[in-house]
Design a protein around this ligand. Structure first.
Ligand code: 5GP
Ligand code: ZN
Length: 144
């Protein structure tokens, strides 16, 4: 496959050189169990094109690869009646906790309050006024 890289772990998984537990696969994406199973059913969806993270995606890439997230999420939920919800997480860049530099979307099923969290979550809500929130939202909107 021309769009893959030789030494990338997830490209190796796509080529079958490194084994994985596939849950869904077609010409565009592969979904397989994350080795760490933060919770049971923790799945990764990856594009079959070596994109590092979302900063690498064109709009075409986004349409082509990200359309499968709900499909796989629904399949995971249906797979286990104890799953009540799911976190869909993407770490973009080392500073955001990205370790494997081939784009991947985490699907992490949630069953209860005692499920472990996957990344440290900090709550800064007490540091923001309503105006602060609005200013942040506007700054983002102005760039769309
Ligand atoms: P990141 O921190 O980059 O968002 O997440 C990388 C994820 O890849 C981690 O959750 C880690 O458990 C998973 N991972 C690392 N190596 C392998 C592997 O060889 N096989 C599978 N299935 N998952 C892996
Ligand atoms: Zn790759």
């Amino acid at each position: 496959m021309a769009e893959l890289e030789k030494d990338c772990l997830f490209c190796k998984i796509i080529r079958g050189e490194v084994p994985s537990y596939t849950v869904f696969e077609n010409n565009d994406v592969k979904a397989f169990l994350d080795i760490s199973q933060v919770t049971k059913g923790h799945t990764l969806i990856i594009p079959k094109k070596h994109l590092v993270n979302f900063f690498d995606y064109s709009q075409e890439d986004a349409a082509r690869f990200l359309q499968y997230i709900p499909l796989v999420a629904q399949a995971i939920k249906k797979s286990d009646p104890t799953i009540k919800g799911m976190n869909v997480e993407v770490n973009n860049g080392e500073i955001a906790g990205q370790v494997v530099m081939h784009s991947h979307i985490h699907l992490i099923p949630r069953r209860g309050e005692n499920d472990p969290i996957s990344t440290p979550h900090v709550n800064n809500a007490d540091k923001y006024s309503e105006d602060d929130y609005q200013a942040v939202a506007n700054a983002i909107k102005n760039n769309l």
